[in-house]
Design a protein around this ligand. Sequence first.
Ligand code: COA
Length: 627
Amino acid sequence: MTSLVGLFRAVARPSFLKTFPRSEAKITVAMRGIMTQQNLPHLPVPPLKKTLDKYLRTVKPLITDEEFKITSNVVAKFGAPGGVGEKLQSLLEKRAKSTTNWFADWWLNGAYLEFRSPVTVYSSPGLVFPLQNFKSSDERLTYAAKMIAGALDYKKKLDEDAIPVEKLGKDPLDMSQYYKVFGTCRMPGLTKDTLHFADPNNPPRHIIVAHKNHFYKLIVYDDNNNILSWGKLLQQLNEIIQSAGEPGPPIGVLTAENRNVWGKAFKKLSEDRENMESLDIIKNSLFLLCLDGPNPDLGNLNFQTRAALQTVHGNGSEANSGNRWFDKTVQFIVGDKGEVGLTYEHSPAEGPPIAFLMDHIVNYIEKAPSDVAGGKSPKPEKLKFNISGKVQKVLETAKENVDKLVDDLEMSCFTLKAYGKEFIKSQRMSPDSYIQMAIQFAFYRIHNEPGAHYETASTRKYLDGRTEVIRSCSLESVAFAKTMLGSKSNEEKVKALQEAVTGHKQYTIEAVNGFGVDRHLLGLKLIAIENGMDIPTLFMDTAYIRSSHMRISTSQVSGKCDSFMCYGPLVVDGYGCCYNPLPNEINFGTSAYKSCPDTNAEKFRQALEKSFIEMHDALVSVQKSKL
Ligand code: COA
């Protein structure tokens, strides 16, 4: 999931990477002085013709024949020998030779740090952990203490370089994102944010516990640098609960504001010495743990949807949205009714490293040692904030704005119980491509037209790699949806499904190898801007605009445990849809904006479930007919 707004331009690398310079294709990542080196290839620049041909295929289902004729001419002119496309291509190839990853900085800045809308809902995903059933406050705090201990245990493994290299098939993936999660904070600026990384020579020893909108510094190591036992952490959490008193002003909602507004308020807030100290303590902490209070009446939403809302935005300024610091990369969340999970600020990392962290924690909690003794640490320290009249004004508006955002987001999360990836594999199809085709089908079922569809593909097989787009809407996906909805035989339906899945899988392979359409075209556009050239007509053409208006924004984030990631739609008239395919079921987090009359997450969920069932039934029926 990614925000795409902003005019991208190249600026300096994040300070973390400046501290650890690279040599050739080697990356050096470090926390607390432990080094990991990876030899990985560089992201290629795809051949121009290949991208343009593929681009034409992907836009065809989204435009009329008349528009396609115009687009074909625009593309032919752009790609003509000696034309502007070739000029831009050679500039891009030059950039690729002089950087470790020609796209990485553009992406970090353009998609994230220069993106000025709130990170809440628009950029930061929620990750829902297996739901809990706390029978008492003590059970809840015990879970929270073990969650902290589990996260610290994971960090220890990172520090010891003991986290195995993630692989996609046989390919090792760039692991640098794993090392950017703890101690990281997005710092608001007036027009652009920056990323603060913990100093590896002076690593943080504390976390922040948020409770009733208060922020507490909690040192989580003893004098010998051992992680406090979860029993000791439990004592500290109890201390916080008992001393919290009345809720504080929801100052955390400032971090859910438009980034320019927050940047200005941050400057004002920092003028006070005590505030500055508190902001520094939050910035330098390892992560946040949010011990949430009650939520408003959420009606008859299921438990998964409640947890999703809790992790994505916290249900408003009167509930838990102020009990957050959305700039912090990771905030673990423990709701009072058993909704548990995290939210993460997206700029330093994609979902997979975060899901890996979750699996470690969930596993740790299950097997946590029974030892409750051990370790000494000072009492938690409540951070002080002095709110001036000017900041108070901004805070009032921030409260209204976050409440509007909360009101506008509809989520509908569920588990497809009927089957999971094992059934799909048994049909000799790629589970991911199959799920993507079900999503396309669901959209077509509701809207009677195809929707431009973004699926995240990881390009981490390359140094500093991040993502490419799989354009899941294709000629085959549309033919498949039409076949399913028409009065066709099961054999025809299965054939159309197989063709759509095969087409999608082929695109996936190309995308993970860096040969998608979107990043290359964006690169050509940005290099034109950087060189003071006119933006080519191709980028103003209906086909480009419509095919980049991603009405369906999707990602697979697979965790081993019963979990799912979730986020808001990418465009106002779109859907967000993130899924975790488990062996025998699939978890989904879907979303839409209530302010858009054309979309509805609940309807989308129903259409999706129906699509999965019909696809299954067609496959089983054909299988039976062959017996
Ligand atoms: N028959 C039988 N099995 C098949 C098959 C077929 N035709 N095709 C694939 N499979 C198997 C695979 O071997 C694999 O098996 P495994 O679970 O034993 O490893 C499994 O099905 C899953 O493969 P598939 O569903 O094709 O997906 P994938 O694992 O290749 O993932 C992406 C595809 C796009 C999700 C992945 O490449 C990716 O980029 N992931 C990262 C996405 C990301 O960054 N998300 C976060 C955004 S914030």
